[in-house]
Design a protein around this ligand. Structure first.
Ligand code: HEC
Ligand code: HEC
Length: 261
């Protein structure tokens, strides 16, 4: 955003708060909550969860377009079409999802104007101890704070880190809508009962090859359905957890993960 549009946005903002001061806006809390959830999982990687801008996307609280938006009419144009060539992907959202996102953005702008309530938009608001307990119960079967996730908080900013466990399977390439990646793993069971699991490197009628957790390669000839090969989505556990997290769980987990420097 150049200097002139920033100034314009700030002026508009001041204008809006003058108007808002007379008639405080009412936002449907359920719509705001739904919009926030969609925003956090689809948009926060780039725009930040605040959403004051992140590594890859601009501040949407100071966006002239968002300030001018009425119930999603302008935001919807951007979301549905993306900005090809400028790093903003298109999302095939319904008009209900878009109006929820708009409700979340407009309520965030209103809250940002009120410094006190702005604090609650900080995404690191949870209780790290409660997050640690949740982590040990739900995540420690696959992850370890001193193993694979050691230093994770130095690798990602808090909103990216939150996106990593909420939607670790979302990827996009320039100009295309975000898509789910199939993080497949295979398990090969030999007639003897011995089995090997890992990331598939090759899988066809004649051969199955994989790399196991230790980085070792294993390759087997196949014929007549032997040895037995099973495929799983490695991120299935994350998808299953998605329907179980409460807002508090998400905040607490984020607060805990940001301590893993
Ligand atoms: C991959 C990163 C990325 C993701 C994910 C993303 N955006 Fe964007 N967004 C951008 C970039 C970069 C721009 C600025 C494009 C430009 O310069 O025109 C932008 C621009 C926008 C704008 C226009 C702002 C303005 O003032 O012109 C809106 C509104 C917006 N995004 C909303 C969203 C919403 C809502 C989502 C989630 C559904 C989302 N974005 C997801 C990167 C992203
Ligand atoms: C059944 C196994 C399983 C469970 C349970 C699980 N995860 Fe994961 N998680 C994975 C796999 C597999 C990946 C992808 C890692 C990769 O691609 O290298 C992943 C990726 C991640 C990443 C991104 C790591 C990185 O370096 O980018 C984070 C953060 C994460 N998980 C956090 C969590 C949290 C928090 C929980 C509990 C709420 C959890 N996971 C539960 C298997 C699991």
């Amino acid at each position: 955003m150049n200097r002139r549009t920033t100034l314009l946005a700030v002026t508009l903002c001041a204008f809006k708060s003058a108007v808002l001061a007379q008639a405080p806006p009412k936002f449907d809390p359920a719509a705001v909550a739904r919009g926030k959830q969609t925003f956090v999982s689809s948009c926060a990687f780039c725009h930040g969860a605040n959403p004051k801008g992140g590594e890859k996307g601009p501040d949407l609280l100071r966006s002239v377009l968002v300030l001018h938006d009425e119930a999603g009419n302008s935001i919807g144009q951007v979301v549905l079409n993306g900005r090809p060539g400028k790093g903003m992907p298109a999302f095939p959202f319904t008009s209900a999802q878009i109006s929820d996102i708009a409700a979340f953005l407009h309520s965030s702008i209103a809250a940002a104007e009120d410094r006190d309530s702005y604090k609650i938009l900080n995404i690191v608001v949870g209780d790290p101890r409660a997050g640690a307990v949740y982590f040990n119960n739900q995540c420690a079967s696959c992850h370890s704070a001193t193993g694979d996730l050691k230093g994770i908080a130095s690798k990602y900013d808090p909103s990216t880190l939150q996106g990593k466990f909420i939607a670790p399977d979302l990827e996009w390439t320039e100009g295309a809508p975000p898509h789910k990646v199939l993080a497949l793993s295979v398990t090969v069971t030999l007639p003897s009962g011995e089995s090997f699991s890992g990331t598939p490197l090759n899988l066809d009628d004649f051969n199955v090859s994989l790399r196991d957790r230790n980085g070792d390669l294993h390759s087997f000839d196949r014929s007549g359905g032997s040895p037995k090969v099973e495929q799983h989505n490695r991120l299935q556990a994350h998808m299953d957890l998605l329907s179980r997290y409460t807002d508090d769980d998400i905040h607490n987990l984020t607060a805990y993960l940001v301590t893993l420097k």
